[in-house]
Design a protein around this ligand. Structure first.
Ligand code: 9WN
Length: 495
């Protein structure tokens, strides 16, 4: 038993709701995406003074469903037409929860297709290349992973899949189908989590390393500014495609891309993406808060699934990861700043930037009540400086840029995770502020990739799948279920 199980940690005494899942289960029985985070449809009706707001949300729900259908490429969903034409890892896991609200079979299929690209060693790559497209760089021809042609990228992304699998399983209108699906998926999820520890924590720190900023999903974060100072290699000439879809002032610079590609080519050329070597040779090796918080939370959900399936040995294995993870997180706490920080594993230094992932240990359930109180103080300060939360960087950081990728703007998926975490720790008012901001942003700017925290303007890609999924599974879950119900006839109501 890890010491955190009987000390003053919110996960233990406040998230407990059932005997079999006594440690890790979340407060609500509804599962992750809906844990008291959204006002139900009825609450919306009661609280909404303006009918037009309700009509607006109904049209956003319709549009969200249309966006998922439009971005559906047959078994998987692209994040956005043109800009991201393949299957991305954490996008797809989040998107499966959106599908689940109105098409149960399609939701499972999203995860199955994602896992169809699983490497022999267990890794799920950041991108699956199912069909040819020349609208994105770097594509399969550049990655050149051992498969020929390259079926996936050679690196990974935050492990959201177990969270999504639990959500689908726990809220399944057809339990028998869900049981069959989860029986098949569980060993694959477990293999991926095992891969994380074997490939990315061979030194038993309890927390895992990422070896490329793309692995964090927060690619251009100032948290990587110092760790990306390594010299770039001579690179073959290349042509970026992102700038044909999105303004250059919203995207990473050429210098940043040179660093991204230096890592890619080093991983490919010298080591054929062999994870056992990559960990030791990468000039970029960071303990990322986003990845580790999601992994910790995903381990809780994987443990819950293991309990449902009666897999007791696996439960013990996962609990060990949780125990070690709890210890590992301690090295990421900056007491003076009252924030969690990413850590350079090469120098041991904590990153100087306060980023939105600093609040994700609340989502993981790994912060103590005292740490949570300090995080909340910081978050309140951040929110007092912008109109819409949560900015991806402390607005008082001189590097704050309201439009630049992961250097200021708001992402809905991060808002969901932060508000979900806040609720677990009893900060409902603050969670409501974030939910309300997210509703306003989508009301005003639609289903954009991300949003300007100062003006509320939409940025990056349009008709973006994970933003649509967040409306369906989080912000408008009640209305979406009702609409889905009308479309497909009676099925078990999830709330
Ligand atoms: O910018 C890019 O080319 C890719 C690189 O993986 O990254 C962005 O788009 C992905 C697809 O939506 C997201 O998964 C990432 O979080 C986001 O940063």
């Amino acid at each position: 038993m890890g010491p955190y199980r009987d000390v003053d940690v919110v996960t233990v005494d406040e998230l407990t709701s059932s005997k079999e899942d006594h440690i890790w289960r979340s407060k609500s029985l509804l599962g992750l995406f809906s844990i008291g985070d959204s006002l139900s449809h009825e609450e919306h009706s009661e609280h909404s003074e303006h009918c037009s707001e309700e009509d607006k949300r109904a049209s956003i729900v319709r549009e969200s469903m249309e966006v998922l259908r439009m971005n559906d490429r047959g078994g998987y969903t692209v994040p956005a037409e043109g800009l991201y034409p393949f299957q991305w890892n954490w996008d797809s896991a989040i998107v499966s929860a959106g599908w689940a609200v109105f098409d149960e079979g399609r939701a499972w299929e999203e995860l199955e297709t994602l896992f169809s690209g699983q490497w022999e060693d267990g890794m799920i790559a950041s991108i699956n290349f199912h069909q040819f497209s020349n609208t994105y760089f770097p594509g399969p021809e550049i990655w050149g992973t051992p498969d020929n042609p390259s079926k996936t990228s050679g690196i990974t992304q935050p492990p959201v899949a177990a969270l999504a699998a639990r959500f689908l399983f726990e809220n399944a209108p057809t339990p028998a189908l869900a049981r069959a699906k989860i029986d098949a998926l569980f060993p694959k999820l477990l293999a991926w989590h095992r891969w994380w520890y074997k490939a990315r924590d061979p030194e038993n720190k309890g927390v895992v390393a990422i070896l490329h900023p793309w692995e964090s999903g927060m690619d251009n974060s100032p948290a990587w500014d110092e760790t990306m100072q390594f010299p770039v290699d001579d690179l073959p000439p290349y042509e970026r495609r992102d700038l044909t879809h999105v303004d250059a002032n919203m995207r990473p610079t050429k210098d940043t891309y040179d660093h991204y590609l230096t890592l890619l080519y080093r991983f490919k050329k010298a080591h054929g993406y062999d994870p056992e070597q990559l960990y030791w040779i990468s000039p970029f090796k960071v303990t990322d808060l986003c990845t580790n918080s999601i992994l910790f939370r995903a381990n809780r959900d994987l443990r819950w699934l293991a309990l449902q399936l009666g897999k007791h040995e696996e439960v013990a294995e996962i609990e060990k990861w949780l125990d070690n993870g709890f210890e590992g997180f301690k090295s990421l706490w900056d007491e003076e700043a009252g924030l969690y920080k990413c850590q350079d594993q090469i120098t041991g230094k904590l990153a100087d930037a306060g980023i939105s992932a600093a609040f994700l240990p609340l989502f993981a359930g790994v912060a103590s009540k005292e740490q949570a109180a300090k995080l909340v103080k910081n978050l309140e300060r951040w929110l007092s400086k912008v109109k819409y939360g949560v900015p991806s960087l402390d607005p008082e950081d001189p590097r704050f840029d309201q439009l630049q990728y992961w250097r200021g703007p708001v992402w809905l998926i991060i808002n969901w995770m932060i508000s979900n975490g806040l609720r677990h720790y009893g900060y409902d008012d603050l969670a409501n502020r974030i939910t309300e901001d997210s509703i306003q942003l989508t009301n005003e700017a639609g289903l954009r990739e991300y949003f300007d925290p100062v003006t509320g303007a939409g940025c990056g890609g349009r008709q973006f799948s994970w933003t649509a999924a967040m409306c369906l599974a989080w912000l408008d879950r009640g209305a979406a279920l009702e609409m889905g119900h009308k479309m497909s006839g009676p099925k078990k109501h999830l709330e």
